[in-house]
Design a protein around this ligand. Sequence first.
Ligand code: C2E
Ligand code: MG
Ligand code: MG
Ligand code: MG
Length: 282
Amino acid sequence: QSKKAGGNRYTFFTGKMQDEFLYSVRLENGLRQAVKDGGKEFILYYQPVIDADGEKITGCEALIRWNHPEIGLVPPNDFIKIAEESGLIIPIGEWVIRQVCVQIKEWDAAGLDPVTVSINISSEQFQDASFVGDFISILREEDVPFNRIQLEMTENGLMEDTKETLQTLAELKRNGIAIAIDDFGTGYSSLSYLKQFEVQTLKIDQSFTKELTDNQGDKAIVTATIQLAKSLGLNVVAEGVETKEVSLYLKNLGCPHLQGFYYSKPLTPVLFEKFITRPAAQ
Ligand code: C2E
Ligand code: MG
Ligand code: MG
Ligand code: MG
């Protein structure tokens, strides 16, 4: 296809680029429709976060999927960027917050031990002037205490507009809403923001933990990050724990929380409930 295009001096798009462009237009239109329909095509999966002592589940991370009527299950890496660029992330993000509230109340009603639910927030959402107010309104409407939900932001997202960010973080802190830095160590920010920003948790990116036990560089970075977090009085979660070996290594380093496929993939609400109530989880 691109060979044919190459024969024409006036063709700028290769076939592949054109396919990608058409696919993203299709997704954007589909997302707009999905938002109009009230979010029925979206689903939240929940991935357990494990306490390293005792291996109890102390939290989970809500991860969105989109069940496209024709394409099927679309992963977030395929559509979050499109949602961010089109502004649709604002209503989608509100749907996520509300859905998490509904889920928390369902689990409470079913008598599950309460876990903190983490929600991913894009910088486009965080920078929206009404973000904190809208977040608080939804939790009040749904009658969910603020300390049941934690927000995850990437370093890059937090660095975009430092003055505004500091104000938003202070407003969240005043209301007792906790923040975790997601994908820690992969951004292009300096470490100095850690003493300025009032965050509670660092999530070590999975790129450092995947081959942790075979890679000296990863070992050095992960060891230093856990130390740094401890010295600053922050909580740490290691993401991307895929093997028993890596989980043991992290426990020996004193990493208090672990998340990854070794413990569980992200689960549908029904499977999450089964996972948390299974005999081995007690
Ligand atoms: P993230 O927040 O860093 O989430 C972790 C991703 O790593 C998830 O991918 C999860 O399924 C995957 N993961 C967890 N454990 C392992 C492991 O042991 N090995 C490997 N290889 N992967 C693991 P997922 O669900 O595809 O989400 C991708 C990204 O999409 C998320 O990265 C987050 O940045 C974004 N995202 C997901 N849900 C939302 C949402 O509701 N709102 C926003 N704004 N972004 C979201
Ligand atoms: Mg996350
Ligand atoms: Mg992450
Ligand atoms: Mg990420």
